[in-house]
Design a protein around this ligand. Structure first.
Ligand code: F6P
Length: 466
């Protein structure tokens, strides 16, 4: 097996590998440890000093890690600017939040070029290169420009928007062309892949070959669907550990036999937190029986706090949380526990294991691994119920959840009521269907099918070559 080189904006450094990582980090780490290789990306730091340009190198378990720092200007134009105020809102269908300028646009390409340039001397030859996510769409094309001939695949963790949204992006043609420089482009759902192919079909010089090859100005990439999964056994083990931990027991004690509804999300406007809070308020208003008998725990660590829209939603949620608690709390019961901080992974999983309802209602989401983790964390004999947005990628596999349209607050209220009152037999039946879906497509399946498809796409391109 050839060595793997993974490129992603966030890199889970060996020092951070214990506990705090999500599915992407777990899956990539396993793939890299199996084949040996390199994980390359941003350190998460900003540094203006001369010399800060050199990648920081570390090694653990046969995996090399190389991270680069950004200057303040690059951070603002590339990460905060183009990645998170142009691509993120656009890919989540939130066009009114898109703020594009030439400086941001060029900053994005400059940082991609800078990173690609720093990767070149670290390549030994013979590797397979796997680029991740919206931060690095041009990366493969920039490596190709430098003569890299290795197989290069790309996986998009977010949704991909339809043509009529995509064409609002000032440099959509350049980005779509860059995607076609990969051998394989992977998406979370068939909707995302079809949106991409449709965008290519709309371009002058673009067409679709054999239903799955995107061809643009002579470059051809295969497009496929690879829904990301979780390590089911690892989540279950961590969840048990968290469940039995001191924190898990303290949560249990604090509930005093009340039912627990739980949400865990980065504090992001795409996660549907406003409608979720509104729905919870309406639930307590319309169903007085739930007052004092349920608690809603929402964990939402602050994210991208320098962006105005994130600050706005943060303020609004603080207002709503105060309002809900002010309206319904009793001297011995607080209906909503709203926490803006992160926890160790096993604590989160332990809290999810203790929950009667997992409330996951993004307005749009590439996948949403919390939905999958909630299911894997449940006890099969007495499982909780997942209330899931039909607009999350996870809904394609977890159709045995209580699916709700996150734009309709009343549907969320109804979904919560159904989940809280669901009989054990139905809970078990739904849980078994979802647990099977998680096992059929776990994180190992995700990476092996992607990497096999990448090899296959390369073989196919070679046999097509003139
Ligand atoms: O959902 C795609 C994703 O790249 C995740 O991997 C990650 O959680 C998030 O978006 C990026 O967040 P941040 O801006 O904090 O890196």
């Amino acid at each position: 097996m050839s060595e793997l080189v993974a490129i992603s904006n966030r890199v889970a450094l060996p020092s951070q590998l214990q506990g705090a990582q999500g599915g992407l980090a777990v899956g990539l780490r396993a793939a890299l440890e199996e084949s040996g290789g390199l994980w390359f990306g941003w350190s998460g730091g900003v540094d203006e000093r001369a010399g800060a340009r050199e990648p920081r190198l570390q090694e653990a378990n046969g995996v090399r890690y190389a991270t680069l720092r950004l200057t303040r200007d690059e951070y603002e134009r590339f990460y905060m600017g183009y990645a998170n105020q142009v691509l993120w809102p656009l890919f989540h269908y939130r066009m009114s939040f898109v703020h594009c300028t030439d400086a941001r646009l060029e900053g994005y390409w400059e940082v991609n070029r800078l990173f690609a340039g720093h990767l070149l001397p670290l390549l030994k030859g013979g590797e397979t290169i796997w680029v991740h996510d919206y931060h690095f769409i041009p990366f493969g094309s920039l490596l190709r420009e430098q003569g890299v001939s290795a197989p290069i695949g790309f996986f998009l963790h977010t949704p991909f928007p339809p043509w009529d949204v995509m064409r609002a992006l000032p440099d959509h043609a350049r980005l779509l062309r860059a995607l076609c420089a990969y051998d394989l482009v992977g998406f979370q759902t068939a909707i995302d892949r079809d949106n991409f192919l449709d965008c290519i079909a709309h371009m002058e010089g673009g067409h679709i070959r054999d239903r799955e090859w995107a061809v643009f100005d002579g470059e051809a990439a295969r497009a496929g669907v690879f829904p990301i999964g979780i390590d089911v056994d690892d989540v279950a083990v961590e969840a048990r550990r968290g469940f039995n931990s001191q924190q898990g027991r303290r949560l249990q004690e604090s509930l005093q036999r009340r039912k627990l509804i739980m949400g865990v999300d980065r504090l992001d406007y795409s996660k549907g937190l406003r409608n979720r809070f509104e729905a919870y308020e309406a639930l307590l208003e319309r169903h007085p029986d739930y007052r004092r008998s349920v608690v809603f725990l929402q964990i939402a660590p602050i994210s991208r706090g320098d962006v105005a829209e994130y600050e706005e939603i943060r303020q609004h949620l603080e207002y709503m949380a105060g309002h809900i608690n002010g309206r319904f709390a009793e001297y011995d019961w607080v209906p909503l526990r709203y926490l803006n901080k992160g926890f160790h992974r096993s604590n989160i999983l332990g809290f999810l294991a203790r929950s009667d309802v997992g409330l996951v209602t993004p307005m749009r989401d590439g996948m949403n691994l919390v939905a999958k983790e909630f299911v894997a964390a449940q006890h099969p004999d007495d499982p909780g119920v997942l209330v899931l947005s039909s607009l999350a990628g996870a809904a394609h596999e977890l159709d045995a959840a209580v699916l709700v349209n996150p734009y309709n607050v009343d549907e969320i209220v109804h979904g919560l009521d159904r989940a809280l009152s669901m009989p054990l037999a139905e809970r078990r039946e739904r849980w078994h269907a979802m647990a099977q879906a998680l096992r059929d497509n776990d994180i190992h399946h995700w990476r092996t099918t992607f990497l096999e498809a990448l090899r296959d796409a390369c073989r196919h391109s070679q046999s097509e070559a003139p």
